[in-house]
Design a protein around this ligand. Structure first.
Ligand SMILES: [Zn+2]
Ligand SMILES: [Zn+2]
Length: 413
């Protein structure tokens, strides 16, 4: 079989991997969100199946473009289908607002919707007489999967984005035992995550001191996953804290609650969400800023969404707390490094303190090595990260046949 790396190689963004054997499978077709959107390489010929691991745009954002050329089934869990539909639709809107061309038509987007095929965790899907696909829980965001593809006698495992540790939303992924070929994310191969429980306490204490001095604690969070996790975390510490909930996190929450079996505790999440004030108007935004409160709002990297407006209108006592990975080139990274954000091409200073707490939904360094050990593959491709080369080097030093492909490279295995 042949693997070609069309994107997501030595980078976080535009994941796109082509697996060719009896059938041609496209694992992900994502975009890279920057000031200017980047796309994966085009593929030649037709695709038999698109396999989508989860809804994040770096995996799903360019899937509609496949339907400019052919009409393959796109296999994903139900939550991934609904969440990626929401995120792709929104990214089309954001690109138009930025006066960027959307590189696929509305017709292709609808064609994608018509070709979505659901696959639940643990079920077997025959792609051809010799090839089958199974999804298992990746513990990353609701509906996220680790894909196991049986090709004849060989077992290919693609981790997507995964996390072994337990969070408020998920019990955590299970390692896959015994594989032949492994495609593994490498996002945090260089470092361990801080202890989750003490990080949660730190977040709560930080917020409490902001509220006590009369400010707003602005938490720009990813709409899917982090927003829902943070609200559960805060309610555990404090049932009375005033929390405003804004932007696409609201729609994402409604979708997530539609699929309770993909959550650790849907009832608790529903209770926490209903205890917050959902912001639906400019008047409510002004109200949120007028008194000490917590504001949970996308976008997580301040690329659009209400979090940008909030960031520019906070009082001096306020603070911005980033809780997720900030991709270089995004407003979130600019805010962390230079205390600025860019809106419509104009740089604005942000004068309040900015804190970053590493609440990652990705595998830690320890998780990555543990996963590799259990999977004990003959061949490893390290993808999705800025340290893929180092990770592959470390794995080779342990005796594995590991490589960090470059964009455009192909391997016959
Ligand atoms: Zn992801
Ligand atoms: Zn990703």
């Amino acid at each position: 079989m042949r693997f070609s790396f069309l994107g997501g190689a030595e980078e976080v963004g535009k994941s796109a991997f082509l697996l060719e054997d009896e059938k041609r499978l496209l694992l992900e077709y994502g975009i890279k969100l920057h000031q200017k959107t980047e796309y994966p390489l085009p593929f030649q010929g037709t695709i038999d199946y698109v396999i989508l691991s989860h809804a994040h745009l770096d995996h799903s954002g360019f899937v509609p473009a496949v339907y400019e050329h052919c009409s393959p089934p796109c296999i994903a869990t139900y939550p991934t289908q609904a969440l990626s539909t929401m995120l792709v639709k929104d990214s089309m809107k954001v690109q138009r607002l930025k006066r960027q061309k959307v590189n696929f038509s509305g017709i292709s987007f609808r064609k994608m919707l018509n070709n979505l095929v659901p696959l639940a965790y643990g079920q077997n899907f025959y792609l051809s007489p010799n090839m089958s696909l199974t999804f298992t829980d990746a513990g990353h965001i609701p509906g996220a999967t680790i894909s196991t593809i049986q090709v004849g006698k060989r077992k290919v495992v693609y981790t997507g984005d995964f996390k072994l540790g337990e969070t408020w939303l998920h019990k955590g992924a299970e390692c896959v035992q015994e594989s032949d070929i492994l495609l593994i994310e490498s996002t945090y191969s260089k470092r361990e995550h801080p202890d989750r429980k003490s990080l949660e306490e730190r977040l709560y204490n930080e917020i409490r001191s902001v509220l006590e001095r009369g400010g707003n604690a602005l938490l720009p969070c990813f709409a899917v996953g982090r927003s829902q996790e943070v609200i559960q975390m805060l309610r555990y510490f404090d049932e009375d804290m005033k929390i405003f909930f804004d932007g696409m996190a609201k729609t994402a929450s409604q979708i997530i609650l539609d699929y309770p079996s993909y959550l650790k505790n849907a009832k608790y999440l529903a209770d926490c969400l209903s205890s917050a004030e959902w912001v639906n108007s400019q008047g409510q935004r002004a109200k949120a800023l007028s008194k000490p409160s917590v504001i949970i709002s996308p976008a997580g990297m301040l690329e659009g969404g209400p979090s940008v407006k909030y960031a520019l209108n906070l009082n001096e006592e306020s603070e911005i707390i980033l809780t997720g990975f900030q991709v270089p080139g995004t407003n979130g990274k600019l805010l962390l490094d230079e205390h600025k954000i860019r809106v419509n091409g104009i740089l604005h200073d942000v004068r309040v303190p900015v804190e970053y707490l590493d609440f990652s939904a990705h595998a830690s360094r320890e998780d990555l090595f543990k996963f590799v050990e259990k999977a004990s593959p003959e061949k490893i491709f390290c993808v999705h990260g800025e340290t893929c080369q180092d990770f592959a080097g470390e794995l080779r030093a342990k005796g594995y046949d590991a490589v960090a492909p470059k964009i455009g490279e192909s391997f016959v295995v």
